[in-house]
Design a protein around this ligand. Structure first.
Ligand code: PMM
Length: 310
């Protein structure tokens, strides 16, 4: 299994695709803007995600939706650090979603064990040295610039090949800056300087991304625009972000089956089921039907082969 998904040094190893639940402590994220802006509500939400089956929770204080303006560092710290501290103290595996080294450093001091940087270390020159010094894992996402105007950069001849090449360059920069390769996760950055067709091509190319980059892969499709377009078809208005969770869970199952290391989602339960089904199918394909992984607290899928399964 490790060969399929890869292992990330410094993190627990799950026997299937992991599920990362999203905690946006922001007033304006496209997907859940304002819902968890209050720190206490954000902590409660993070714990709810863990109870629903999240293996990790990703805490962010800055929206990266297309057109978003940056928040200042003091405000991002104010939003993120107390939430990270409480979730880590409660036993959650916490990652911090930030482009700022200072936020990463303080989140790590508060208990975060993974830094998820949508800019892959490009937005803040102090990020790679900070993560290297802390010795924590690092998510390198494919990124072509800040959200304010990223849609203008959605031009590719061969999106999979170009994302591979650009991600490889970011990984090389991170390694040259002192981050151990075994601690690096890569992410194609669905929706970041990409059209819906680009996102779908990248999902179709997950096996190639995994093979070419030879690093664990994080897939973050949750509630994104391309799903709205898929659901609406050629005509009609896309459903709002919060009505894209079933489609998100479908992507989670596909990504898990393609060997993704983790999926990043807002609604955890259905994706937690999806990755377990993928795991069971994987076991069957390998010729041995195996239980579907570690215990899931709520709405569990019974182990394959247990009584009562039709
Ligand atoms: N997308 C968002 C935020 N953080 N992190 C990673 N690694 N990959 C992503 O695609 C990604 C991300 C977009 O906003 P959201 O928090 O509402 O999903």
């Amino acid at each position: 299994m490790s060969t399929l998904r890869g292992r990330v040094a410094g993190l627990p190893e799950w026997d299937r695709c992991a599920v990362m639940g999203v905690v946006n402590v922001t007033p304006d994220s496209f997907s859940d803007g304002g819902q968890w802006f209050d720190g206490e509500l954000a902590v409660k939400h993070g714990l709810d995600l863990v109870n629903a089956g999240a293996d990790l929770v990703d805490v962010g204080g800055e929206s990266t939706r297309p057109g978003a303006l940056r928040v200042d560092e003091a405000e991002e710290l104010r939003r993120v650090v107390p939430v990270v501290r409480e979730l880590a103290a409660a036993g959650a595996v916490v990652s911090v979603d930030t482009m700022r080294a200072a936020v990463a450093e303080q989140a790590i001091a508060a208990g975060a064990v993974l830094v998820n940087d949508v800019s892959g270390g490009s937005a803040d020159p102090a990020m790679v040295p900070a993560v290297a010094a802390a010795g924590v894992p690092f998510v390198v996402m494919h990124w072509r610039g800040q959200s304010i105007d990223m849609n203008h950069r959605a031009h590719y001849t061969d999106v999979v090949a170009e994302v591979v090449a650009e991600l490889r360059a970011s990984v090389d920069r991170a390694v040259a800056g002192g981050i151990a390769l075994e601690r690096i996760v890569v992410d194609p950055g669905l929706g970041f300087a990409k059209t819906a067709d680009h996102d779908l091509a990248l999902l179709a190319g997950l096996a190639e991304l995994r093979r070419e980059l030879a690093r664990p892969l994080l897939v973050a499709a949750s509630r994104k625009r391309f799903l709205g377009r898929v659901l609406a078809g050629d005509q009609g208005a896309p459903p709002p972000a919060r009505e894209r969770d079933a489609a998100t869970a479908a992507v989670s199952a596909i990504a898990a089956r393609e060997g993704a290391w983790a999926v990043r989602v807002h609604e955890v339960g259905a994706s937690a089921d999806g990755v377990r089904v993928a795991r069971a199918v994987e076991g069957a394909a390998a010729g041995s039907v195996q239980p579907a992984g570690s215990v899931r607290p709520a709405g569990s899928v019974p182990p394959v082969g247990s009584a009562g399964v039709v």
